[in-house]
Each structure stands twice: as C-alpha cells, then as structure tokens.
Design a protein around this ligand. Structure first.
Ligand code: MD3
Ligand code: FE
Length: 203
C-alpha cells in the first residue's frame, strides 16, 4: 500500500519485502569491503548508528564536518559499487512515488543496535535538493520522526517495518527528521539490528 505521510513524502509499505533476501547479502558484501563504523560528529560525539556506504560517493562525518567522499577514510579505497538489486529497488520506488529517472550515486547504510537513534536533522549535504531521497528499512521496526521544513518543532511519528520504503521529495526534501532509539528485539532476517539504506543523488 501507498500512504502519503505528508506532502512530498510517500510511504510504500512492504515495497522491498520481495527483494529483502537479495538486499541483506548485499549489505554483508559491502560491509566486508567497507566495514561498519561509528563516526564522530563535528561536535565530538560518537554516533550511536554504525555506518558504511556504497556508490561513487559516501557520506562521512568527522571533526572537520559532514561531507561526501569518493574514498572510504578508513581504507583509502573507493567505496564499493551499489549492488544491482539496490539500484533497481531505489529506481522503482522513486518511480512509484512519482520521481522518474532517479539515479542514485550514494547509498548510505545505517545499522541500528538496541538504543541507537538519530536526532532530528536535515539532509543538506547534497548538491540538488530537487532530487528525492529513498529510504529502505530492514529488520527490527523503528519510529521515524519528521517535522517541518526549517523547524524541529511539532514532529510527527511514523512506524516503519521490515521492507518498508519511504520516498522524500518535493516540499518534504528538507524536512527535519530522525529515528527514535531502537527497541530491543530479534528479527528473523537481521537478528538484533535494524538496517536502513538511504539512496541519494549527492553529486
Ligand atoms: C525526511 N537516516 O541517514 S531515513 C540519514 O532511518 C537518515 O537511518 C534515517 O536520516 C534512518 O540521514 C532516516 C529517512 C529519511 C531520509 C531523508 C529524509 C527521512 C527524510 C529527508 C527529508 C525528510
Ligand atoms: Fe537524514
């Protein structure tokens, strides 16, 4: 089912379910080359979410700031390629949400263990805010928070489950958003974790 959770933001419930068993080995393969790591924010906090990337560009943070890089700072090697199954899913989801021709060059893979969370923020490190963001949830369920554009207040919650895809574009592209602390649990596909694939056109 397709739910418009706000103007520009479309929740495609279960859209990735039929390909989840291709996505999870893809995550394992990417992480075997570019390992999950807990990055440090410019403010000096270690992020509770562990991250890695695939694609031409990968999102990183360190004491110098947030940015996209072509190389993994931990190895100096280019980020692994986006697996074919990832790219196909991202393109089809964007298409289903009304954004045809989406061609991501960056896929951030977030791994949430129990207690991991992401505080409200905007995604502003990309070149063209006219391009949507496609988010794929795998494993343990979580609660997305999303607020207004340029305003953290009045955030709403939406529960996301294994296989759900959200496409954020148009007027929702610069909305504040975050993820509440992951609750303990065990998922048959991912064990004690939630994974989120975030596809972007960054360059
Ligand atoms: C709403 N990740 O990596 S994706 C991030 O579940 C990030 O790991 C979260 O936010 C996660 O930056 C949420 C959902 C999302 C992504 C982009 C958005 C929501 C958004 C852009 C605008 C508004
Ligand atoms: Fe974000």
């Amino acid at each position: 089912t397709r739910v418009e959770i706000r103007e520009g933001a479309v929740l495609l419930r279960g859209f990735a379910l039929s390909v989840a068993d291709e996505l999870l080995p893809g995550i394992r393969e990417v992480a075997s080359v570019a390992e999950f790591r807990n990055m440090v924010t410019p403010g000096g906090h270690v992020m509770s979410v562990a991250m890695t990337n695939c694609g031409r560009l990968g999102w990183v943070t360190d004491s110098k700031g947030y940015r996209y890089t072509t190389e993994d700072p931990s190895t100096g090697k280019r980020w692994p390629e986006i697996p074919e199954a990832f790219e196909k899913l991202a393109r089809e989801a964007a298409d289903a949400a009304g954004f045809s021709g989406f061609a991501p060059d960056a896929c951030l893979i977030n791994r949430y263990a129990v207690g991991a969370r992401m505080t409200l923020h905007q995604d502003r490190n990309e070149q063209d805010f006219g391009q949507p963001i496609v988010s794929v949830s795998l494993g343990l369920p979580a609660t997305f928070q999303f607020g207004e554009v340029e305003n953290r207040r009045g955030a709403q919650n939406v529960a996301v489950r294994h296989g759900d895809v959200v496409v954020w574009g148009g007027t929702a592209r610069l909305a504040y958003h975050g993820v509440l602390a992951l609750k303990a649990g065990v998922h048959e596909a991912t064990g004690e974790y939630r994974f989120n694939l975030t596809f972007r056109r960054a360059g």
